[in-house]
Design a protein around this ligand. Structure first.
Ligand code: FAD
Length: 317
């Protein structure tokens, strides 16, 4: 079922979360161990991220390092299929411009169709760790909007190359990313919002935001989006702080501000258990305020950890 239909049918905020495929060679069981407890809160959908290929260095005889390009966390569609089968829940694979040709994207979309996946997130992806800025893949897309257009074209029956006879409908519900604190590469919030509107006009059906800790930034973002005519659901992305290291890591990676009272409370913690508790309590309050503002969904970034999300969901649902 489409995310937008889940939202239409709901009479209160829904609970959903995002998971990251395991590093290749690891069992899927650990992922299931994280998902199992969260199913108590009946998520209508679970997102599965896609990672780019990155350069890794393998040590050879004599200490020489060999540079190899590899995707360390493959298996997005396989995991979607496994989860749908095991838990009877909709899954949302993330599709990236970076690392995929348009043809490969089409193949993935055909696989999604066979797997009865109704929703996809259309994302550009970040630059590789070694790149200064995002470089598009030969034969791939430059911006998420181009991916949205490709998916929307397929929804209208247009494949990249002529298909002789089309006998089945494809109708993906398309999610895109939004940034309450602006995408790092955008020159201004206004420009970033205009790009978001372009993605919506190209066919996106809903937005999921980057994580944020200050609800006012989300409220302002939604208002500014509505003011320029973006009417589709804007789902807040939420991440509870769980370690002291998050105070540096999250702003560095996701270009966001952490409110001073949360910074102070985390810095005053003596143990990681205390930090986890501070993160949970802050997040419960954050979610309660968001729910009071009628958000459609509370979408959690699990980043491989679910016990704190369980405690938060238990307190608010
Ligand atoms: P875009 O919408 O293409 O925007 C990228 C930048 O280009 C922005 O600054 C935008 O303003 C600018 N821009 C857009 N169009 C134009 C134009 N025509 N001309 C000039 N500038 C333009 N990354 C992963 O690798 N895997 C994931 O699974 C993943 N999941 C994510 C899920 C969510 C909910 C979010 C919020 C992010 C996720 N990301 C993921 C990170 C995402 O890939 C990065 O934030 C990336 O840098 C931008 O992706 P985008 O889809 O927002 O790009």
């Amino acid at each position: 079922m489409k995310i937008t239909d889940h939202i239409k049918q709901a009479d209160q905020a829904l609970f959903s979360f995002e998971i990251i495929p395991p590093v290749k060679g690891k069992s899927i069981q650990e992922l299931y161990n994280n998902i199992d407890p969260l199913m108590e809160f009946k998520p209508p959908f679970i997102d599965v991220t896609t990672s780019r290929e990155e350069f890794i260095y393998i040590e050879k005889k004599g200490g020489l390092l060999e540079k190899k390009l590899t995707r360390m966390r493959p298996g997005t569609l396989g995991i979607c299929a496994a989860i749908q089968n095991k838990y009877d829940v909709d899954t949302v694979p993330h599709l990236l411009c970076g690392g995929f040709t348009q043809q490969e994207t089409e193949y993935l979309l055909v696989d999604c169709q066979y797997l009865e996946i109704d929703n996809v997130m259309a994302l550009r992806g970040d630059a590789r760790k070694e790149e200064k800025r995002f470089e598009s893949t030969d034969g791939g897309h430059k911006y998420a909007i181009d991916l949205v257009k490709q998916i929307n074209d397929l929804n209208k029956g247009h494949y990249l190359h002529d298909v002789i006879e089309i006998s089945c409908d494809v109708d993906f519900c398309i999610g895109v990313a939004g940034y309450p604190e602006k995408h790092e590469e955008s020159p201004s919030m206004k420009t970033d919002l205009k790009r978001l509107k372009d993605k919506v006009e190209a066919g996106a059906h809903y937005v999921v935001t980057q994580m944020f800790f200050d609800n006012q930034k989300y409220f302002d973002f939604v208002k500014a989006a509505r003011d320029i005519g973006i009417t589709i659901p804007i789902i807040p992305g939420i991440k509870p702080i769980a370690t002291k290291a998050h105070l540096q890591l999250l702003p560095k990676t996701f270009h966001l501000d952490i409110p001073q009272d949360l910074v102070d409370a985390v810095e005053n913690c003596k143990t990681n258990k205390d930090v986890r508790q501070v993160g949970v309590e802050f997040c419960i309050e954050q979610c309660r305020e968001l729910m009071a503002h009628d958000v459609p969904v509370l979408h959690f970034y699990s980043m491989g950890k679910s016990d704190n999300i369980y405690d938060i969901a238990k307190a608010i649902f």
